[in-house]
Design a protein around this ligand. Sequence first.
Ligand code: NAP
Length: 481
Amino acid sequence: MPFNTRKITVIPGDGIGPEVIAAALKVVEAAGVALDPDIQQAGASCFAKGIETGVPRETIESIEKTKVVLKGPLETPIGYGNKSANVTLRTLFETFGNLRPVRELPGVHTPFTGRNLDIVIVRENVEDLYTGIEYMQTPGVAQALKIISHTGCQKIVELAFEFAVAAGRKRVHCATKANILKLTEGMLQHTFEEIAPRYPEIEAKHILIDNCAHQLAMRPEQFDVIVTTNMNGDILSDLTSGLTGGLGFAPSANIGNGAAIFEAVHGSAPDIAGKNLANPTAIILSAAMMLRHIGEGAAADDIEQAVLVTLESGIRSGDMPGTAKPTGTIEFADAIISNLGRESTSKGARDFRAVKIPAATSEVQVVKTQSRRVTGIDVFIESSLQPAELAEGLKDVVAGTTVSLQMIGNRGNTVYPVEDDRSVTLVDQYRCRFMKQDRNDNLTNAEILSLLTKIGEEHIWMHVEKLQQFDGVDAFSRTKK
Ligand code: NAP
């Protein structure tokens, strides 16, 4: 082993993982970077051994030491175990930012060829619906919690702008559904608007996520960097992979304070595993992102140029359209190696500096307020009664207390009080809003507990939310008419 090697953790993974990872390590070595890969396991083989998270202790310890991972795809078991090894890794090392760059590649023909696409999705990677907090509220109604924190938004927005600066990008779009989800998705929009002025050299624009998807299909060339929440980013980044040639060409980096994990966007493609058919481009480009992360920018540029030169030469992997004989995984990597040191005629190297990663802190993050008050509660009740009947019963329950029934909702519709005879499909989960009669007063915990006891004598309740005001502003969604 040469001196001054950089130790990294390598997880070959499942399906086509071991083949494409071997190809990537061969290319990195040929590019002259002295790596000392610590080969570790995760995924299907570990689930089969009964490791419930899919990630053994030794793998975790290796990542704690190396802080850099090159990872193959990991299969998520369906029907046994209850975790995804990918989610375990993301959560353990809090890789909060997922960078997914795509660009038009020579020889990879798509309906968008000629538009010079070069887009990076910066996806928040740990919050949102992917915290996976779900409940069956009644036997027929499920609920998932969409958790978005100001700190999480700050970190992902700062990462997006820092990446834009480091990569010489001009524009950052923030894509949200803030028109409907004003508090959760809206938090990303507001944080983006707070932080954008710190980066005057970068044009900052907010766009609604549905329009963003439409624009990506119609005029994708207008986009440079797009920052978005976890689930939106998951979907949009597969879309952008499709614009430029598919999963075989899409690299990614999972950036955290404690560790960074580099992997292709694609999965284990079991149908082509072990056949030397997989396209190794995505993982080779992911390895180039890893090299940039560990300060080997020149080798990263060299590999990226060699990939472009190889594609310009007319070589075709099995997932590319065309009739030329497909090149196998190993031969594809060998062709890239033979082109190291050559410059692409179509694309120059980017002027790329190291990305400044937002700092971590062990302190609990708190957004301070001057005043706060609980003005009411939403109680979720399981009932097969009609809304008017339920309302009459609840009014009797709260008679003589300090609260009154303000409204009843069902699947987002206000079903009590109603002014007209609309017919809505009702399910047995009602959201019943009780407000303090004096809205300047605070609803105490004792009052809430007494109210829940009374409601519980008549109905099944399964969930309670306090309706709070922070600095005089309602901190809950209004009811829909
Ligand atoms: P997938 O493995 O990405 O494969 C979908 C299809 O895309 C393959 O059948 C293959 O198409 C094509 N493909 C993907 N990568 C390719 C490559 N490098 N070269 C050539 N063709 C490629 O998606 P999936 O079938 O939905 O998922 C399979 C497993 O992977 C699941 O267990 C899933 O949980 C896991 N997964 C893991 C990750 C990760 O670890 N980050 C990500 C996604 C999925 P053809 O049929 O045309 O050959």
